[in-house]
Every structure is written in C-alpha cells, then in structure tokens.
Design a protein around this ligand. Structure first.
Ligand code: HPA
Length: 264
C-alpha cells in the first residue's frame, strides 16, 4: 500500500524520512510539488489533532530531492501498542527508506542550554519502561537483539555540525532521556535523570530510534529545546509554551535540515 503510493508519486523510493515533532509542523512548507495522505489510510491509528499532533504523510521535494515527511507521530502516552509503533517505522524501512531524521520538542535539564536552542542527540537513556521491539521479531528487517552502541549515526552528527558552523547556528549536543508522560516530570525525577547523565527530556523519539536501528536505518536526532525542565526554573510547564517556542525556532531548524539533506 505505502509502496504503491510512494512509487506512484516518485517512481522511486526516497532515501530519507523526516519525522516532525511538536510545534515543528511548519517545516512541511519547505516542500515543493507535494501531495499528502492521512495516517488513517496507512496505519492502524489516528493522531490527536486537538493537541497539535497532525497525522499526515507528505510526499514532495526539497531542492529536487524526493522526501517523505511524517507530520505528527504516535506516543506511548496515547496507549499505542508496540506492534503499531513498530508498524509505523517498519513500513518505511521495508520499502527501502534508508535514513531517518527524527525531531522532537524537549525540556532541558542541562542548565547551559536555553529555550530555542537545538541539540543533536548523541545518545539516549530509555526511561519509558517500554521497548518497542518487545513482541514478534521481523527477521527480514533485523535481528532479535539489536546493538545500541551508536544509535545516532556518527557521520550524520559530524555533517550537521559542519552545516551549523557554515550557517552560524549554535548547535548543542547531548543525551536525550525518554519519559513516557503524559504528565511532565517531577523535580525529583529531573534531578535523578540529570545525575544519570541526561541533558534533555522528552516523550518521544527513543521508540522510533530503536525500531529504525533494528532495521539498520541511519538516524539523525534533533531536539528543539522548548523549555527548561521541571524545577530548573520556577515556571510551570505548558504544552502551549512548547508549541510557541517550536514555531519560533522552526526556521533555524529548517535551515539545518535543508542544508544537511544536500549532503546525504
Ligand atoms: N518534558 C517532557 N517532554 C517535553 C518537555 C518536557 O519538559 N518539553 C517538551 N516536551
């Protein structure tokens, strides 16, 4: 189904899929000659549009390069099954998509970061208590036990830093801690995650990265810091703030991604 849709559009399978996080949806405006299809027709779930999570796959071009963009994703706090979580990413892996750029909104525990900053993920700590690969293994895509020594492609990380330098964009790097949500973290949890070595915390990304690595996809993870984590500042956290900062920083993130795409 997905394969037919993609081939009908491009006559080939694009190498790269981009997943857009909260507040970053406007990135799709960079596409030219684009068409789209609702997740309802592709996956077994709907996304919750009421909180700004669209559910649309876009097929189009940036600088003549064919691309797939997922506007919206599924989170474990929406009670999605491992099977459906896997299906979403494995659909792309199994038709031959090789690279995945995963973006998210997150809170910063590292006090040298600030809202509006962008961080390249260089590693993660899975604190969700779940692993999307629990269940049947798709042997055609990858092994039962998956190496996680470098989930975030080293060459991609070097390339995005070169792009940032050329465009005068400050780019952070660090460890992403995944938290299931949907409640935000407590102050004590943030102190604990910081002590464990985390720099930022968010409610997505890690499941997708694990599934992508299982299928040997190359991963670039970009986190947009929308707020300081609970207890780091006195402010209460709100989803509206997350969406607003996301919107303000989308141009910077777009510039990074568009220039990165030129190199892969
Ligand atoms: N915690 C978890 N998820 C988030 C945050 C946060 O502070 N900000 C944006 N997504």
């Amino acid at each position: 189904m997905l394969k037919e849709i993609v081939l009908k559009k491009f006559n080939l399978i694009p190498k790269t899929l981009i997943i857009l996080g909260s507040g970053i949806n406007e990135f799709v405006n960079n596409l030219t000659d684009s068409t789209n299809i609702s997740y309802n027709e592709l996956f077994n779930f709907k996304t919750d549009e009421s909180i700004g999570h669209k559910g649309t796959l876009h097929l189009g071009y940036i600088n003549k390069k064919p691309l797939l963009i997922m506007e919206g994703r599924k989170h474990y706090y929406e009670d999605v099954s491992n099977k459906d979580m896997r299906f979403m990413i494995q659909s792309f892996a199994s038709i031959g998509v090789k690279n995945i750029i995963i973006t998210n909104a997150c809170g910063a525990m590292n006090e040298s970061f600030k809202p509006g900053d962008i961080m390249v993920i260089n590693d993660h700590i899975n604190m969700m208590g779940l692993n999307p690969l629990v269940g049947d293994n798709n042997n055609a895509l990858g092994p039962r036990f998956v190496d996680m020594s470098e989930p975030y492609d080293i060459e991609f990380r070097e390339m995005i830093f070169e792009v940032a330098k050329e465009n005068n964009i400050l780019l952070r790097q660090g460890v992403y801690v995944s938290y299931i949500g949907p409640s935000y973290e407590t102050k004590a949890e943030i102190r604990a995650f910081r002590m464990l070595g985390g720099d930022v915390v968010g409610m997505s990304t890690v499941p997708e990265v694990i599934i992508a690595r299982h299928a040997s996809m190359r991963v670039l993870g970009l986190s947009l810091i929308t707020n300081m984590s609970t207890g780091i500042t006195k402010n209460k956290l709100s989803h509206e703030e997350v969406l607003e900062i996301g919107k303000q920083s989308v141009n910077k993130l777009s510039k990074l991604i568009i220039n990165f795409l030129e190199r892969i």
